[in-house]
Design a protein around this ligand. Structure first.
Ligand code: SAM
Length: 236
């Protein structure tokens, strides 16, 4: 549908009718050729912002797009957590030849049930905020906070809420409405909604959970100019 190596329309429909995890398990072998894989340009700014650290954690790592950027920046290890074993299996293959010496650790798990304590210098998440329902966002952010050592940073990209008259607002709202209908009719649900973790909402949730927050604009002049890079620091 998006690329000749990517999923067909029928495959995508079948995936959307499965649960979130099963859907990603099915999509995994072709995920790299979909627009759902975060483009490298979105993660490029990590190189400068992260600098050189000991350990990093990627939440909802998928096929490891952010881990590939983080590995050369880490001295000890880069951990990726994802609920889909299919996605982790792809990550394991794709990360084999990536530059850097840090150990790659892939862990299957729910990012709403993290159990790391002050272990990481940096926690990131890309392309997955739409999978975290509003009622779960505090739990998600708290898990990231606890995983960071004091002074560590939680980094991700999001965008401000678009105005109601923009196509982006209407397309997102229409998609969300279709998802609500799908989830009302079919169990288990597929959790994916647009505009639920906007910049405004992110600032609110991060501050409520103890982070100091900085918002960077590294995407100006690119096709991602609406996006911002959020750098939330766990106070020392
Ligand atoms: C759109 S993909 C993004 C993958 C990758 N981070 C990227 O940017 O290319 C979303 C990923 O989030 C994972 N995911 C969704 N909800 C999750 C949860 N509650 N716990 C762990 N992983 C989750 C899915 O399995 C999927 O691999």
């Amino acid at each position: 549908m998006f690329d000749e190596r990517g999923p067909t329309f029928t495959e995508l429909m079948r995936q959307a009718l499965s649960s979130t995890t099963k859907g990603y398990d099915m999509l995994a072998p072709k995920f790299e050729y979909t627009p759902f894989r975060t483009p490298d340009e979105v993660m490029e700014p990590l190189k400068e912002v992260v600098g050189s650290v000991d350990r990093a954690l990627d939440l909802c790592c998928g096929t490891g797009a952010a881990m590939a950027i983080l590995r050369p920046l880490c001295r000890e290890y880069v951990t990726g957590v994802d609920r889909s074993q299919g996605m982790l299996d792809e990550a394991s293959k794709l990360l084999q030849d990536v530059k850097g010496h840090a150990e790659i650790r892939l862990e299957q798990g729910n990012v709403l049930e993290l159990d790391y304590q002050e272990e990481f210098d940096v926690v990131v998440t890309f392309g997955a905020l739409g999978h975290i329902l509003p009622d779960d966002q505090d739990r998600f952010v708290k898990g990231a906070f606890e995983a960071l050592r004091p002074g560590g940073r939680f980094i991700f990209a999001t965008a401000p809420m678009p105005a109601m008259w923009t196509p982006r607002w209407w397309v997102s709202r229409t998609f969300n409405a279709a998802m609500h209908v799908r989830n009302a009719l079919i169990k288990p649900p597929f959790i994916m909604f647009y505009l639920i973790f906007t910049l405004e909402r992110a600032l609110e949730v991060l501050k409520r959970n103890g982070f100091d927050v900085e918002v960077l604009s590294p995407y100006e002049g690119t096709r991602f100019s609406v996006m911002r890079l959020v750098v939330a620091t766990r106070p020392s």
